[in-house]
Design a binder for this molecule. Sequence first.
Ligand code: UD1
Length: 426
Amino acid sequence: MDSIRIRGGRPLNGVIPISGAKNAALPLMAASLLTAETLTLENLPHLVDITTMANLLTAHGVSLHMNGAGRRCGGRSLAMTTPAITSTTAHYDLVRKMRASILVLGPLLAREGRARVSLPGGCAIGARPVDLHLKALAQMGAAISIDGGYVDARVDGRLKGAHLVFPQVTVTGTENLLMAAALADGETIIDNAAREPEVTDLAQCLIAMGAEIEGLGTQRLVVRGRESLHGATHAVLPDRIEAGSYAVAAAITRGEVLLQYADAAQMASLLKVLSAAGAAVSVEEGGVRVSAADAPLKGVDVMTEPHPGFPTDMQAQVMALFATAEGAAMVTETIFENRFMHVPELKRMGADINIHNGSAIVRGVRRLSGAPVMATDLRASMSLVLAGLAAEGETMVNRVYHLDRGYERLEQKLAACGADIERVRG
Ligand code: UD1
């Protein structure tokens, strides 16, 4: 298994191009199931999760054509056409690799009136049930049962518009129901909808496919269902979590990086935290510049919340930053119950962190020291890479497959800014 070797202590300086967002691309790809015509996605990142979704879609009858470089940001362009759904079953062997596979449930059910999707099960950061997706689909007229580890959903004719109120904000839940409602009979209101930019990106793509959706970016989405949708071309928005991770890389190494293509508005809560910590953040025409070249950084209290609050997907990375900053920071996780798996590994590198229920108290130390480490999920792995960039000596990050799920050309992007980082094939 591959590892990443980092020799830390070098300030990063340069430009990092930000790829298309994984968490936008996955639901957008699933949206191709909603139409017999071609949906073309531009600025698609080259990641293992994208390949997993492509394999899943192929099994449902989607034919995929990769067109090389797309127009925007240098990402790839993928054309997806589904003249007919050839299978309504999403098998366990693909779903277990990626929880976001649940995103085929809404589109399959809306177009075919039938879907059988393996339950994703738990994962490293918590239980992560899909009960809210299922309750909402049932409210739209689906008969849902669970057997043999699979969700079996059926509807006679079309799904019916309904007033859905999510008791808790769910990102993929909102996306699944948005897609289902786009082909339903009548009007669907989704209240307490997720406001993440990736949800808005999906809504914009659905509108380009002929859907009628109002309330983009708000907690109430109103969808008037159509009998069919048509083809469209849509560019995936830039990845705010990838951009945020490299913003932290600039800060933690006391360097300066231009995050090319990054959208400051979509990462406002993180940029506010970085500014409060003492980094200089400026918005430029080509992206966002983050510099901590001559700043002493200090810890800032952070609490994760649904968008526009501070993203849970950036919690592990800022914790690495605060581990090397002056003073203390309290980092509170409210979205997932078990998302501190990076803490014991950061402590092995010399970090001073104590967990009390859902909060971690991080007291900055003068220097972290390199060590062999491994993480159990994508963002936790990134926090270890960041700690390694700042640490004295050599850090080996194992289980690199987590990073390959969500960070395109990680070593190349960091090395181009002066990091001493390489992949060790194992
Ligand atoms: C998405 C993101 C993930 C991010 C998360 C929160 C994708 C592919 N993944 O995950 O990177 O960390 O949003 O921003 O976009 N919940 C239930 N029942 C449900 C659904 C959710 O109890 O049916 C709970 C979850 O356990 C969690 C909370 O709601 O505690 C939020 O989860 P959700 O927003 O659904 O996360 P994902 O969409 O899976």
